[in-house]
Design a protein around this ligand. Structure first.
Ligand SMILES: [Zn+2]
Ligand SMILES: [Zn+2]
Length: 732
């Protein structure tokens, strides 16, 4: 033993017990080594040390595991293939070039688990009977594959196969890799089964291939993620900070949103990321990806979810063949079933920290640890970017990213995953938490659990509570929730909200001014509608005389219809949504009149903002926050032919000042200096970094999301926290 200690170690489903005898200094060194030398994917929550009578152990042994309670062990998220396993693939033997190699440090976990305890029989590896060598490793306590449930080799494990025109063409891995890489290098599009679902892939440098892929997926404009060969080839195209590189290379292997280097934008096909300065990038995480890049000439491939837009990522082999055989140049499948569908996770480094935008593969189902009694609470989440959450003890198990609950397939996935989480984590719901919106599918789904008490939580209160729960806050705070849409308790559409709140309740102190939202939900997809709404409010009928890009890009008749809708109050709900203000400004600057993906206007606007500009526009904060003078300032700057980048920066600076001044006024009155920020608008790096710096400089303590999405994907945690606290206060 490295530390000259004797004793034993034992795994239980609650913790790891270690008993050692040795001299004090050696024991201290040993304890010190835990964090440093722990396997990459392990998580040490707490180390408790107790002194007992010295026992004269001989040597160091691993005792058999046993269950100490009815409680469950946590389930590990899926882990990217480790370097030892990659070395096994390069060596002669039964794992030479074997695409399903894994060990206790890497491989599939959540995606293959059907039930607990985590045992091979309860995974989709069950049909594969271990060969003699694999079994021997599996049973050898000192082996890297000791109790590695998905362990396999080329003799006994799963295999890939490739289909052309729906017919099985090849099942030898060398030939499959050669065939698939040749198709991709020649501009073809391939569907590939992976860990949590299918990916559609093509050369990221080839416009026509990317266009073909968009066509197959129903022409969606949403930016595609790109997988690069390695960090070295990626560095040619983007500037990588240390935390960005750490996220990219972590065992979770998320998609990381990165800034493209100036002048290099033309190198990746422009239709990959809608011409934005941001690109979503990941590095290979499956053995198969590494094999593919050994043969691919291109250093980057588009890796987007294999599905039609608005449907969840595909997992089933037969469905893939039925739907895509006539569309794709090849389909690569394997015979290990995907039980729990997961998308690639998305993160962005903001203010030096990893912020999760989409929480799925590599992160789920690791719990979020809270300070609250969450036991038995089932929180249903929001409507778009849905993710639900179940409570057990003080833990919150957030589901993987489910998606937008508007398509039938996604709703089925949602219901099925709720059932699976309740089963997997042995949770019997005793309290339900839903959004206040009566028409959300998530709210209606709660109706399928009759007889259980129900808590309704206002959307933006849930946002703030989510961020509070993440940071263990349970007190009165100033909450700033900025997003696109959420049902307000006055029946209007909220989204620019300033609260004084705790986990039980909130007091709305101020908000962005209400404006008509012409066409309701339609307006989110057509930013020009909100621009007209603002212009008409600020300039009245005179707005038509202004010289703006929107008058050249939108049918004048449509603009008149919108004006009449506002005049007669036809389908014009009132909104205070911050996202709609960003939409309006994106339209005024001619950046986006019709969105081809969610939040396109705000993303294009952020893309334009420059550091180094410190000007801003005027605004009013009383009685509510009004942007009339901001709009005037922007229109005047446009008339003066001011650079759009300067206008975009000034607009962002204005929002930072609005937030700061509104919060500062609340502090002066209420004496609270803890500020909690949440809502999709805070995915904006320029904005979040700017406001965090401003708050810190003025001695506020400011909290933003890190491990839970700031967008609606984080709502369910907030619902759960509010429900827990109301139950504790007996107001359920
Ligand atoms: Zn490994
Ligand atoms: Zn084997």
């Amino acid at each position: 033993m490295k530390y000259r200690l004797t004793g034993w170690v034992q795994n239980t489903n609650e913790n790891v017990l270690i008993r050692v005898t040795g001299n004090q200094a050696d024991i201290a060194l040993f304890l010190d080594s835990f964090q440093r030398e722990a396997p990459p994917a392990s998580m040490i929550e707490k180390v408790t040390v107790t002194e007992t009578e010295a026992e004269p152990f001989t040597g160091f042994s691993i005792l058999h595991s046993h269950d100490v309670s009815e409680d469950i062990t946590e389930i590990s998220p899926d882990i990217a293939v480790c370097s030892d396993c990659l070395e096994d693939m390069a060596r002669e033997g039964s794992r030479h070039d074997y695409s399903f190699v894994n060990c206790t440090n890497c491989g599939p976990r959540f995606t293959i688990i059907r039930d607990l305890p985590y045992d091979r029989d309860k995974t989709t590896m069950q049909p594969f009977i271990m060969c003699r060598d694999c079994r021997e490793e599996y049973q050898t306590i000192t082996d890297r594959r000791f109790h590695a449930q998905p362990t396999a080799c080329g003799i006994c494990g799963p295999q890939y196969e490739v289909f052309l025109d729906g017919n099985r063409a090849n099942a030898a891995i060398g030939e499959i890799i050669l065939q698939v890489s040749t198709i991709i290098d020649n501009g073809g599009v391939v569907l590939m089964k992976g860990l949590g679902g299918m990916h559609a892939a093509c050369d990221a440098f080839c416009d026509t291939a990317v266009a073909k892929l968009r066509e197959i997926k129903n022409r969606e404009g949403k930016p595609f993620a790109v997988m690069f060969r390695d960090a070295g080839s990626l560095r040619e195209y983007v500037n990588l900070s240390i935390p960005e590189e750490q996220s990219l290379l972590s065992w979770r292997r998320p998609i990381v949103l990165l800034e493209i280097k100036n002048g290099k934008a033309g190198r990746v096909a422009g239709n990959v990321n809608a011409g934005l300065s941001l690109i979503g990038v990941m590095l290979p995480y499956l053995p198969f990806h590494h094999q593919l890049f050994q043969h691919l000439k291109t250093s980057a491939i588009v890796m987007t979810s294999g599905n039609f837009s608005s449907e969840p990522i595909l997992t089933g082999n037969q469905v893939a063949l039925d739907q895509f055989s006539h569309l794709m140049d090849a389909i690569v499948l394997h015979d290990r079933d995907i039980y729990n569908r997961t998308d690639d996770s998305v993160v962005r480094i903001i203010d030096g920290k990893e912020r999760i935008m989409r929480r799925s593969r590599g992160y789920v189902p690791a719990p979020v640890r809270t300070t609250l009694n969450t036991d038995g609470i089932l929180a249903f989440g929001a409507e778009l970017t849905n993710c639900f959450c179940v409570g057990k003890g003080r833990k919150a198990f957030l589901s993987q990213h489910i998606g937008d609950l508007q398509g039938l397939e996604t709703t089925l996935f949602y219901e099925q995953t709720i059932d699976r989480f309740l089963q997997l984590f042995r949770v019997k719901p005793s309290l339900l938490a839903v959004d206040m919106h009566p028409d959300y599918i998530s709210t209606k789904t709660a109706g399928k659990f009759p007889g259980i008490p129900l808590v309704t939580v206002q959307h933006h209160h849930a946002h703030i509570a989510s961020c509070m729960a993440e940071h263990g806050l349970d007190e009165k705070v100033i909450g700033v929730a900025l997003d696109g849409t959420g049902y307000g308790d006055d029946g209007h559409i909220w989204g620019g909200e300033f609260f004084v709140c705790d986990l039980v309740d909130y007091n709305r102190i101020t908000h962005f001014d209400y404006l008509p939202l012409p066409g309701g939900d339609l307006a989110a997809g057509e930013p020009w509608r909100m621009a007209v709404s603002y212009l008409y409010k600020v300039y009245g009928n005179e707005f038509r005389k202004l010289e703006l890009p929107l008058f050249h890009e939108v049918d004048p008749e449509k603009i008149e219809i919108v004006v009449r809708m506002i005049d007669r109050d036809i389908n014009c709900p009132l909104t205070s949504g911050a996202g709609r203000l960003f939409d309006a400004v994106a339209s005024l600057l001619g950046l986006c009149q019709t969105a081809t993906f969610q939040a396109e206007g705000p993303m294009r606007l952020e893309s334009m903002a420059l550091t180094g500009c410190h000007e801003s526009y005027p605004f009013e904060t009383l009685p509510v926050i009004r942007f009339d003078n901001t709009i005037r300032g922007i229109v005047d700057d446009l008339a003066r032919k001011t650079d759009i980048k300067i206008i975009a920066s000034k607009f962002h600076n204005t929002i930072i000042s609005v937030i700061f001044e509104s919060v500062n006024a609340i502090r002066n009155r209420e004496g609270i200096s803890r500020v909690v920020l949440s809502g999709g608008v805070f995915q904006n790096k320029y904005l979040l970094e700017g406001i965090m710096a401003r708050f810190r400089k003025n001695l506020f303590t400011v909290y933003a999301h890190t491990v839970v999405p700031t967008n609606d994907g984080g709502i369910s945690l907030g619902q759960l926290a509010v429900a827990s606290k109301r139950r504790e206060n007996k107001c359920v």
